[in-house]
Design a protein around this ligand. Structure first.
Ligand code: CMP
Length: 144
């Protein structure tokens, strides 16, 4: 299994519910290590740029309003098969369909407010990491 990096966002509802520590603990327990992290509040422009592929979808305006209503945590997770494993830990986009024990099943209200985002492919992971982080923001872990 290849070591990969993926972009993870704890969305405004995750912060409103005081779940930062709980969510990061789930990643760390699964050996997905944060190698970059920051709290930020997305501007409308940043949120629209990040979710550009969803422009034109009926839920787009609602998504932008939600993603800009409070601060988020953006982070890069690194680990074996990180992209797929992060998606397993998050659970399905719609919490009603998410497996028990996943973040979205345990904590999310609905498909619009689903606590976390994770990249869905290597191409998108690269693009999404670049959207928020430069090389100097990303750290090697496990170094002496
Ligand atoms: P995310 O993985 O961040 O990527 C796009 C987001 O759009 C998705 O999570 C959902 O939060 C949101 N989304 C997808 N489908 C719907 C929908 N039908 N209604 C509202 N929001 C949606």
């Amino acid at each position: 299994m290849a070591t990969e990096r993926t972009l993870s966002i704890i969305k405004p509802d995750g912060l409103e519910k005081d779940l930062i520590g709980t969510i990061i603990e789930r990643f760390e327990e699964a050996d997905l290590q944060p190698v970059a992290m920051r709290m930020t509040r997305l501007s409308e422009r940043e949120a629209e740029g990040f979710y550009e592929v969803h422009k034109g979808e009926p839920f787009f305006d609602e998504l932008i309003e939600f993603m800009t209503r409070g601060p988020v945590i953006v982070m890069v997770l690194e680990g074996k098969n990180a992209i797929e494993r992060n998606r397993m830990i998050m659970g399905a986009t719609d919490p009603a369909e998410a497996d028990e024990g996943t973040i979205r099943s345990d904590f999310a209200n609905d498909v619009g407010e689903n606590i976390v985002h994770g990249s869905d492919s290597p191409e998108n992971a690269e693009k999404e990491i670049r959207y928020f982080f430069s090389d100097t923001d990303i750290y090697e872990r496990n170094v002496e």
